[in-house]
Design a binder for this molecule. Structure first.
Ligand code: COS
Length: 390
């Protein structure tokens, strides 16, 4: 069913069609190989760039197309329907760009956004550290001011696009004793002295996505690259998540859609006991549940993306709901798709086992689904006081 049931503008329909064509013609033939080799899809990134997909989320003043989270999510969904890993070469760059879009000053936007819009540079979002996962406030990377520079020291881990980006949104603490109020955001260029790329991770899923450690060793970042003000980095990160989580939800939605389509097709072809397995209630109801839950997820994902674009004050909890719901659906659907394809589903000749592996990360990154439920529950307390005032 997908986005065609929604009231998309002609422009949005065109984007969906472009993303689908790239996914079907360019990504599908190589997805299994890149999953095996863990190679980054540089050629696909070039195609994304030539097709103006990175321009979608950049404002027109900075060589973008001036669209937003909704359109980017439609693209991410389509790409993820075929490969959730390769789709991250797109969605991961948007995540890394949000801090600049939301908090960059005019000069920074002019400097950083055009090469991201053209696809010349990918962006990466660098918050996670060995001791700062769910507790994002515990950033240990330090930033010390020296003249017109900040000197960064520390290590980031599990950074999407870590080894392949050109620009990095980095969170460091200017004074650990200030805790959360010391966290400060910077844009770090790949060529900055003292910056290097550490080990590349070997992952369960999204294996065509590049995930690395990053090392800051007296890394000399110009003070002009600081986003917002000193001590406002935690807010930069949280506001970024409010905007980026619909993208993870769209990735999960696309993966689920891909797995459901495989299961539906297979169940109509595969014969056992002299009839298609789709004629058995045990199988047909599993697939009906997949379709139903995917449609529910889609409604929530699109709504959360629209609220994010509208800068609705409640967009944060909606983004958290969409991310948690869609990723839980993706996990359930992909596990069941493997079950429908059974022995064949477990084999790498069919794509569903990869989709199951790819789905898992969507319940984990950009905040585990337990953290999403924390965000939602905290919001509900505020909702109660609103209800009581009525
Ligand atoms: N927008 C703006 N400000 C926000 C915010 C949001 N969405 N969420 C929190 N803040 C502000 C709070 O208002 C508070 O500000 P004040 O101190 O001025 O009142 C400050 O940030 C601290 O908020 P809080 O006390 O809720 O922070 P916690 O340390 O308890 O952390 C969670 C909150 C758990 C939600 C946060 O740490 C989080 O999102 N963790 C997950 C991190 C993550 O996604 N990691 C994955 C890495 S990226 S792949």
């Amino acid at each position: 069913m997908m986005s065609s049931k929604y009231d998309l503008t002609d422009e949005q329909k065109e984007l969906v069609a472009i993303a689908r064509e790239i996914a079907e013609k360019k990504i599908k033939p190589i997805r299994a190989e890149l999953d095996e080799t863990q190679e980054f899809p540089y050629d696909i990134v070039k195609i994304f760039g030539q097709s103006d997909l990175y321009r979608v989320f950049v404002p027109s003043e900075y060589e973008g197309l001036g669209m937003g989270v909704y359109e980017s999510s439609l693209i991410t969904e389509e790409l993820s329907r075929v490969c959730g890993g390769i789709a991250l070469a797109y969605a991961g760059s948007l995540l890394g760009t949000f801090p600049i879009l939301l908090f960059g000053n005019e000069e920074q936007k002019k400097r950083f956004l055009p090469p991201i819009a053209s696809g010349e540079k990918l962006a990466a979002f660098c918050l996670t550290e060995p001791e700062a996962g769910s507790d994002a406030s515990n950033v240990r990377t330090t930033a010390k001011k020296e003249g017109d520079y900040y000197i960064l020291n520390g290590t980031k881990q599990w950074i999407t696009n870590g080894g392949v980006a050109g620009l990095y949104s980095v969170f460091a603490n200017i004074d650990i004793s200030r805790g959360i109020r010391g966290i400060t955001a910077f844009v770090v260029d790949r060529d900055t002295p003292g910056f290097s790329i550490g080990k590349k991770e070997n992952k369960l899923g999204i294996r065509a996505s590049n995930t690395t450690e990053l090392i800051f060793n007296n890394c000399k970042v110009p003070a002009a690259n600081m986003l917002a003000k000193e001590g406002q980095g935690f807010k930069v990160a949280m506001k970024t998540f409010d905007m980026s989580r619909p993208g993870v939800a769209a990735q999960a939605l696309g993966i689920a859609q891909g797995a459901y389509e495989e299961a539906l097709k297979y169940a109509h072809e595969r014969k056992q006991f002299g009839q298609t397995i789709y004629s058995f209630q045990a199988v047909r109801f599993m697939i009906a549940d997949m379709a139903m839950k995917i449609e529910a997820a889609r409604a929530l994902v699109y709504q959360s993306a629209k609220l994010a674009d509208a800068k609705d004050p409640d967009s944060g909890p909606y983004s958290a709901m969409a991310k948690a719901f869609a990723s839980d659906v993706a996990m359930e659907v992909t596990v069941n798709a493997v079950q429908v394809l059974a022995g064949y589903g477990y084999m790498k000749e069919y794509p569903v086992e990869k989709m199951m592996r790819d789905a898992k990360i969507t319940q984990i990154y950009e905040g585990t689904n337990q953290i999403q439920r924390e965000v939602i529950a905290t919001h509900l307390t505020k909702e109660l006081s609103r209800l009581e005032k009525k």
